[in-house]
Design a protein around this ligand. Structure first.
Ligand SMILES: NC(=O)c1ccc[n+]([C@@H]2O[C@H](COP(=O)([O-])OP(=O)(O)OC[C@H]3O[C@@H](n4cnc5c(N)ncnc54)[C@H](O)[C@@H]3O)[C@@H](O)[C@H]2O)c1
Length: 326
């Protein structure tokens, strides 16, 4: 297995790349460092500092397993600048997939944002209908990959639909560092640590038990472990294409997450409420039976573990990773 982890210097990708490296896999990272960090990787992991839209067929011929995490990830930005999202997440992906060797194995980072959630928990077979441009680009990418796997017989692939990735390494050395940050748990931890002035809930009048959105938070270490199992599954089986949800299988409302953090800190946080954001939905909770059955995977970290590790990361790195390229 010669593995290329594309977008491997990012939040989730760096956990995947470090996880693979620690287990002795031959893994290299390709990243344009637009939102990733060299410091999120062990120095022994080779980083190709290139845009995934600009790689050559010759370079890609050196690999046969591809983990594709690169792309733009912000729902709000995708609503303001749809073309950027189609360009980065779909056009560049199509170009990249066109160049990889015949019979490659692909693991693609999809998202719960592809669903039109009419019920919960959400099964892989449930109705798709993204409510954001970001989600639409992830759904289009899945279709592209499915076509290359099933109709063109070029690749074998698994699309992993992540729910809300969160948390940091237990030692607090590696964690989530996006700029700007839009994700609930890092925003909340940074606020609790006094690193930001405000924390705002986007809408408390959703049709949920306490009026705030319900999400499924999955520890990034659990996600990373699932990637390794997905690679091994495709190596050992002749499966051509699968879509698999990765979440904890349990939903927590924004207010419940805040309350859990207040319990850890043993103090109350002063939270503000503003209007709903375009592209949000009230519930996103995963049915994870397929991941259990097919990959023999189940999440091992709790919401409390996620919050404690994230707090530790933001405490030890208040301004995030040091910025240097190599
Ligand atoms: N974070 C989540 O909760 C979540 C949930 C669902 C799906 N996802 C998906 O998982 C993937 C990783 O998310 P993340 O939170 O780690 O994001 P991230 O921004 O931390 O990581 C993305 C990485 O891709 C790199 N990148 C972006 N455009 C590139 C390009 N054109 N060429 C080369 N490298 C490029 C960035 O520099 C970064 O290192 C994304 O595809 C995202 O859509 C994330």
């Amino acid at each position: 297995m010669k593995i290329l982890c594309v977008g491997g210097a990012g939040y989730i990708g760096s956990f995947v790349a470090r996880g693979l490296h620690s287990k002795g896999y031959q893994v290299e990272v390709l990243d344009n460092l637009s939102s990733g960090h060299r410091a999120a990787l062990f120095t022994e992991i080779k980083l190709h500092h290139i845009d995934y839209g600009e790689v050559s067929e010759e370079f890609l011929s050196g690999f046969n397993y591809f983990i594709l995490l690169a792309g733009k990830i912000r729902v709000d930005e995708s609503m303001d600048n749809p073309w950027l999202y189609w360009h980065e997440n779909v056009f560049k992906l199509a170009n990249f997939l066109d160049k990889i060797p015949q019979d490659s194995v692909v693991i693609y980072s999809s998202s719960a944002a592809v669903y039109k959630p009419k019920n919960h928990p959400l099964k892989e077979s449930d109705y798709l209908g993204p409510s954001s441009v970001y989600g639409a680009t992830k759904a289009a990418a899945e279709s592209l990959i499915e076509h290359l796997a099933l109709d063109k017989n070029k690749i074998r692939a698994i699309c992993l639909r992540y729910f809300n990735a969160a948390g940091a390494s237990a030692d607090g050395k590696f964690g989530e560092d996006h700029s700007p940050e839009t994700h609930l748990i890092p925003l909340l931890c940074k606020f609790a640590l006094g690193q930001t002035e405000r924390f705002v809930i986007f809408g408390d009048d959703w049709e949920t038990a306490d009026g705030t959105c319900v999400r499924d938070f999955i520890h990034v270490e659990d996600l990373a472990a699932a990637h390794i199992l997905a690679l091994e599954f495709l190596k050992k089986s002749d499966a051509r294409f699968e879509v698999i949800n990765l979440g904890a299988g349990t939903g927590f409302s924004v207010k419940q997450v805040i309350s859990e953090l207040e319990t850890i800190l043993q103090r109350k946080l002063k939270i503000e409420v503003s209007a709903k954001r375009p592209g949000d939905v009230p519930f996103l909770v995963a049915d994870i039976q397929k991941a259990k059955d097919l990959l023999n995977w189940s999440p091992s970290f709790t919401l409390s573990d996620i919050l404690k590790s994230a707090l530790q990361f933001h405490k030890s790195k208040p301004t995030g990773y040091p910025d240097f390229d190599s």
